[in-house]
Design a protein around this ligand. Sequence first.
Ligand SMILES: [Zn+2]
Length: 142
Amino acid sequence: MKGVFTGTRGILWGPESKVQRCLARTRRGTPCQRPAEINPLTGKRKRCRFHGGLAGCRTAEGKARIGAANTKHGRFTKAAKEKRKAELEVKRDALATRRMELAYLQAEGMRLKRELARERRPAELVPNRNRPLVVSPVKLDD
Ligand SMILES: [Zn+2]
């Protein structure tokens, strides 16, 4: 093993190394074989220093500054989305109430129509469940 770094952590480079690999997809399509390093933001050892991504900002002030710089109209902020969702919910509730009212009024209209028709018919034609059904005999001679 001449020329291979063998420190206290063992072999760091080469196929014999047992360190965790980056395994990000390279431009060749093969998994990256560089050793994974600890990401200072997440504290996790996942990717090499080339594939770990940008450090980004850490302070709340820096995050707010970047958020403000990337916001054009605020239409898609969490608050705006929540507001739209709540408004939609109110509209849906109102629509459901109106639909129920409409169904009730339609049923009431049908009931009144039936009542009116019953009032206009002669009494003997009005169906009455309490009256026995009388079927007149049919003559087959004709
Ligand atoms: Zn990598």
